[in-house]
Structures are given as C-alpha cells and as structure tokens.
Design a protein around this ligand. Structure first.
Ligand SMILES: Nc1ncnc2c1ncn2[C@@H]1O[C@H](COP(=O)(O)OP(=O)(O)OP(=O)(O)O)[C@@H](O)[C@H]1O
Ligand SMILES: [Mg+2]
Length: 310
C-alpha cells in the first residue's frame, strides 16, 4: 500500500524525513510522531525552552507538505481569537443593504458561514488540505481557557451556537507545546499523547549543529557539544538550550575559531548563558576550581595567533 506523502510510513520514515528538514529526531520522537499521526491523536510536547518543541511541529509540516496553522497562546486568549468571530461590519452592511427585510429573514442570513471569521482552530477544522495545527505554549493560557481547545482536541469539531457543529472533513495533525510553567488540566492531558522533550545526547546535539550551522567542522561541533554537556551538568539557573548551543557555534565560526576548549570557552560564555551567576559558575568550573588558568592545550595555539583573547 502506498501512503500519500503527507502520511509517514514508519517511525524510521519520520526520522528520515525530519532529517531532510534539518531536524534531528531520536527514535522516541520518530515513534511518537508516527503513532500520533496514525491514531489521529494530538501530541503534547513538554520541555524546557529551546529544545525544539515548536521546531518539531514546523518541521513535520514541511516534511509532509502540510499547511502550518499556528495558535500562539497567551493570557487572555479568548474564543474570538482562538476559534471564530462574527464579522460584525459585514453583518451591519448586510442589514443596512436591505432594510425592508424582517429580522427572521435576516437572522439566518447574517449568521451563516459567509459572515464568519475563522481563527486558527476553526481554520484547521475547515481546511481541505493536509494541515499541521500548532497550539504553541498552551501553559500560558489560564486553566479555564483550556476548555476552548477540548472539543477540537477530542472530536475535531467546533460548535457554533448560531450555526451548528462543524466537523473536520480531514483531521489535522495537532501539536501542543508547553514549557511546564503550570500543570495542565487532566481533561486536556487525557485527550493527548505525551512526549517530554529534553536536552539531546552529545551525539545528537553534534548532528544538530552540523545540520544547522554552516561551515562548522565535525571537530568543532564535537568540542562544542561536549562542553555544553558539561556546562549543563552544573546547577545553573538556566541551562543552555539547543538554540543557544547553535548561537555559540555560530559565534565561534564568526570569530574564526578552529577549535574550542575549557580555556577559551569562558570568553564567549555570555552567548550560551543568560545569567551572570551562571556564567561565573561555568567559568570557574571550566578553568578548574581554583580559577587559575591552565596552559592552553596545543590545539588552541593556531586559533589564538593574531586574534588575541576574545
Ligand atoms: N532536534 C533538532 N534538530 C535541529 N534543530 C533543532 C532541534 N531542536 C532544536 N533545534 C534548534 O533549536 C531552535 C529552538 O527550537 P524551538 O524554537 O523549537 O524551541 P522550543 O522548545 O519551542 O522553545 P520555547 O519553549 O522557548 O518556545 C530551533 O530553531 C532549531 O534551530
Ligand atoms: Mg517554542
């Protein structure tokens, strides 16, 4: 059986097609995305900032040739921004256009689909083409507002009191992301598959760097991912995310570095870390507990020449 291109044929197919989009997924990600698509279940991605939650949904959309519809959540998001809104101006114009019509004649007309403004959730339900619906940062919503999502997540439908229930003809692949700043409701969790995303292994992070940073050598990618791993092991206020590792590697290339070690690293730590206390802690750790600078390893000599310290 040949599946249409917007459907994955196996967990390995997910991993391969994501790699072609420069997104490096491990086996668990591949398997869970595959199951979510085949079971038509929304997938809740949870993890710290910058570990690739949003990018996973984006990459799946590109890999499957689907349209990406994104709902960015924030405190105060309501039905009119998430689901739909009546087009009041158009309704008013319609009423004024023919003042001889009775209300009962008008009512059925102005509360029809032609007067509806579809917001992301309804747009995803109404779409005829393959869609990836990204409900981003759901934990920014108040818990009561999660109820806005439940009908879509459970039944892929939207009920509009004046109009009836609109059911998806084609179910979108739904991703929700959360930074876990608060607990999500049981009702929401029950409707989703769950995929915790954490920091990648050294090998996967190195591959991510090689896929995302132009001009990076395998050697430098190795060193950066090793250093980042040891920095993440410290008790930091905000450990470096993948996006910060990428920024760091780009910085090193910009500065013409061919390699990086514990002695050079401290000078650019502010690209990787966002708190002064964290920078200080990492610097002390890299330079050794005493804070005394060790002799630079031989491989750094070439890099230092002509450039001085960063
Ligand atoms: N597995 C991966 N493969 C390739 N690049 C990745 C991967 N994970 C993360 N990245 C890179 O990290 C960047 C940040 O990822 P993303 O914006 O998806 O993080 P996030 O988890 O949504 O963070 P936040 O919670 O802050 O929104 C991406 O733009 C991408 O460059
Ligand atoms: Mg995000």
């Amino acid at each position: 059986m040949t599946l249409p291109t917007h459907e994955f044929s196996s967990p390995a197919d997910v991993v391969d097609r994501l790699r072609a989009q420069a997104y490096l997924a491990d086996e668990t990600i591949g398997l869970t995305v595959y199951i979510a698509q085949r079971l038509e279940k929304p997938l809740l991605l949870e993890g710290p900032a910058g570990v690739g939650k949003t990018e996973l949904a984006r990459s799946v959309a590109r890999a499957t040739g689907s349209r990406l519809i994104r709902l960015q959540c924030y405190e105060g998001l309501d039905e009119s921004k998430a689901l739909y809104e009546w087009n009041y101006k158009k309704q008013l114009l319609r009423i004024q256009a023919d003042e001889r019509q009775t209300w009962s004649e008008l009512e059925g007309d102005i509360f029809s689909e032609a007067f509806l403004l579809a917001r992301p959730l309804l747009a995803a339900i109404q779409a005829n083409e393959p869609v990836v619906l990204l409900i981003d940062e759901i934990d920014r919503l108040e818990v009561e507002a999660e109820a806005l999502m439940l009908e879509v997540l459970a039944d892929f439908q939207v009920t509009i009191p004046e109009l009836g229930t609109i059911v998806a003809t084609r179910r979108p692949l739904v991703f929700l992301t959360s930074n876990n700043t608060r607990d999500l409701s049981e009702a929401l969790k029950r409707r989703c598959l769950f995929l915790p995303l954490g920091y990648p292994s050294v090998e996967r992070e190195r591959d991510i760097l090689l896929a995302r940073v132009e001009g990076l050598s395998v050697g430098l990618a190795d060193q950066v991912s090793q250093l980042v791993r040891s920095i993440r092991a410290l008790d930091l206020k905000k450990p470096p995310s993948i996006s910060e590792t990428i920024d760091w590697a780009r910085t090193l290339i910009l500065l013409g570095a061919e390699s990086i070690g514990p002695v050079d690293a401290p000078a650019t730590l502010h690209v990787l870390l966002k708190y002064e206390a964290d920078i200080e802690k990492a610097r002390r750790e890299l330079l050794g507990e005493s804070g005394e600078q060790q002799a630079p390893p031989a491989h750094l000599d070439g890099f230092r020449q002509g450039q001085g310290r960063w």
